[in-house]
Design a protein around this ligand. Sequence first.
Ligand SMILES: [Ca+2]
Length: 211
Amino acid sequence: MVFVRTQTLPGHCSYLGVAALLLLASPAVASSIRTLDSFAVPGLIASVDCNATGCPEYIWINTGFWVDEGDTLTIHAEGGIGFSSGSPATDGPDGQVGIPAEPHDVYYYVASNLNRYSLIGRIGDPGVPPSTRHRLGDPFNVGADLVSVADRSGFLHFSVNDSYFYDNSGEWVATASAQPIPEPSTLSLFAAGVAFLSFSRWSRKGDARAL
Ligand SMILES: [Ca+2]
């Protein structure tokens, strides 16, 4: 009886387990990851400056890239921006890390407490009627690289954490991806695959001991 089990059950288990893992890696699962390619964020977004009452809403550039709450959001940006007249457009998206853009009497940055002169992001949808729109969430640091879980659904927005935009030059270019939380059925399938593979290995060990 032990010999019969050796020739059948472990083989089926391995096939089922491998099938489950292959399904996880199938194009259908992979295609659920959405991407934003090469989105340009200009240093000179608009000829405006922010003041004590805040910044105009359009200082946030809507990328048109939709993010669902719970998505793993991955962003990479590169390029160069010059932040004052005549300065070379060589400053990267990280900005001045650890130096918050605190407002004071003269200068008001887009997002205080975030890194000065950095690429910053926000999620929300200001393009639909106020009664139904997803309000823009809190600004967050993006910099050159970000991996984070979205805390709300909406369109990804970018801005440059500056106070005066009209003397800027250059641009940053960002790419992004949003990976949804795996569906419960997918998780169950994955667990089943792992369980079958584990049982298969256990069976083989048992058979080896029996032999
Ligand atoms: Ca500037």
